[in-house]
Design a protein. Sequence first.
Length: 244
Amino acid sequence: MPAITNKQQMLTQAHAALKKKYPLDTDPAEESGRSVLEELIYAACREGTTREDADRAYTSVRKAFIDWNEVRVSTVQEVADVLRPLPQPGARAKRIIALLQAVFEERYSYDLGDIVKKGLKDTARKLRFYKEGVNDFAVAWVIQRTLGGHAVPLDGPTLRVLGRLGVVDPGEPDSLEGLRGSIEHVIPKARGPEFTELISIHAKQLCVDGTPHCAACPLKTDCPTGQDVLAKKPAEAKSRPKPR
Ligand code: SF4
């Protein structure tokens, strides 16, 4: 089990610093007005991106197709074209179509309203039944945003930031669900949606894939990766041959 106290301190500090750095114009905990099925589809757009990018893609899908049935019977290519410029539009399109197909085959409708009535655990188990269209991120997303439960959805960019901050130990996760449990232990429920939004923005703007922009990061004093990155930079500069 990782050192929760250190994680807690790091996450609390990171949350406060990122909140200052990236002021949010709306409350992420606000009701989205989306149904459970729509929130699962939105999660397929949101995973690995920011709210801004996911909103744009989701709105495009709503405008481009008459209804969810039309999305279901469309090709992966057709849906992917609408999702662009999101990264991996084909994989997202495949997931959305698979979800709609599985729900339709089971129910002959697109209404998942009844599965939220039996408690969070049962609902999560039932959502996982649509396994080609639903992953751990999507289940956690629906729990956090639609069902009023406590879950912190973890996607690639979030794990990258948490790993660099030393909050996720090397070798983790044994299971994404298990790792999520340990993060949820230190992020209070009321802060979950805001934390998710801030980490996504940070992953896109500064803590990017490849070389992070640590010099501009408000977490650089406490972040072990940031310290390494910044310590290496002057050494690299010194070892470069001087221009003649
Ligand atoms: S200091 Fe660098 S590695 Fe650490 S969180 Fe900031 S951008 Fe990411």
